[in-house]
Unconditional design. Structure first.
Length: 266
């Protein structure tokens, strides 16, 4: 689903050559019924991109080969470009992942105030894990106070972006690693605070249990989302409330309803 984050007409389809294995796996599961037929046509006009996807993520090679075989023959360059733009627009979340400087300009990062995170609990001297760290919005807010911050991020270009930022800021207590919320690469009860932003949602129960597992008794699990423009008249996320999270609400600069969630491990 497009989030409206980019003007897809300004991007080359070769942008997909910047996608890492994590993203290539993710796009294979796209549920939009229009997506695969459009991707098939786009790949038919871009054999180098097809070759890359198949070799970058061999476990989905059959999937991408079937797509290519399903593409109609003799598509015009205009039809192929229309499909390229559709695919890029549908994958705008992945495009900004591989162009982190664009991601930093999105409202949910640019308009966000670090006080939204730091007011939830005391980070002073704590050992912290940031899951799905992205460009480091939460990581770099916590680092000046925390003892250590581990930034777990599955997308390699985002990890490299954070490493460059860490170097510029001369932060010696930040450690950037590969990892996902489904499989946190640390033993039980490793952290005083386990935090995320825009990570919960695919499987709330399993995600909570994995984050809880890595959190010390008495520690905190936090989901601190960035600012956006979306209205949520239905109120806070019911799945989070069912899991026992407390929440805070504020209206963003662009008029959206933004919720933060936190829960202490007992």
């Amino acid at each position: 689903m497009s989030l409206g984050w980019i003007d897809a007409t300004k991007f080359s389809f070769y942008t997909l050559l910047l996608f890492d294995r994590y993203i290539v796996r993710s796009i294979a599961g796209n549920k939009n019924p229009e997506f695969n037929p459009k991707l098939a046509i786009a790949l038919s006009g871009n054999p180098s991109v097809f070759w890359y996807l198949v070799n970058k993520c061999p476990e989905y090679a059959v999937h991408y080969r079937h797509l290519l075989e399903s593409a109609p023959v003799n598509c015009s360059p205009e039809e192929i470009r229309d499909c390229e733009v559709f695919v890029l627009n549908e994958l705008d979340w992945a495009v900004v992942y591989v162009y982190p400087e664009l991601m930093e300009e999105l409202h949910y990062i640019k308009d966000w105030d670090e006080k939204r995170l730091l007011s939830i609990t005391d980070f002073t001297g704590k050992t912290v894990l940031d899951i799905g760290a992205g460009t480091g919005r939460l990581t770099f807010a916590a680092a000046p106070l925390a003892k250590y911050v581990y930034a777990s991020e599955p997308v390699d270009r985002l990890r490299e972006y954070m490493r460059e930022k860490q170097h510029r800021l001369n932060l010696k207590n930040v450690y950037i690693i590969d990892g996902t919320v489904e499989s946190i690469p640390f033993p039980d009860e490793s952290f005083d605070i386990v935090m995320s932003g825009h990570v919960f949602g695919d499987n709330y129960g399993a995600e909570w249990q994995e984050m809880r597992r890595a959190t010390k008794h008495g520690g905190w699990v936090i989901d601190c989302q960035g600012d956006d423009r979306y209205k949520h008249p239905e109120g806070p996320n019911k799945e989070m409330l069912l899991l026992g999270f407390e929440y805070g609400h504020h209206v963003s600069k662009t008029g959206g309803d933004v919720y933060r969630y936190w829960k202490q491990k007992k």
